[in-house]
Ligand binder design. Sequence first.
Ligand code: ZN
Length: 144
Amino acid sequence: MKRKKIVILTLTFVMLLLTACGAGKENVENNTGNTENSVEENANSDESSEEPEYGTDFSSTWGDLYIWNCGELPRGNLSDVQRSMILYPKFNRDNICYDPETNYYHSVRWCYMLEDASSIEYCDLSYATEHKMQPCDKCIKPIK
Ligand SMILES: [Zn+2]
């Protein structure tokens, strides 16, 4: 009878030890996980503040091109180097605009090619394609 009791006591002790160790390990793992998460969040917020994805006005879209081109905006077809300086505005296929006197459609109303337009109409991409309009290469990123 005494032997049985000792065995049971030892087993309980070992069980307790294992449980304590396991709990300790879990805590350590949770802590490392939390640290990693917060580091990732910081990296993401840094990226978005450093480089905006789309041009939202004249200077963010064509600012670099304007300076590089000695304060003049190119009117003809753009070269690859000129294109690489443009931060194109977000293209929304359901909301594009055009000057009925030209054959080009634009992603934004404030495209500098529309400065002299006497009237501006709005449409979607399928309407522009139907009427065989061409994308303006100053405000719409060419698909390669
Ligand atoms: Zn344009």
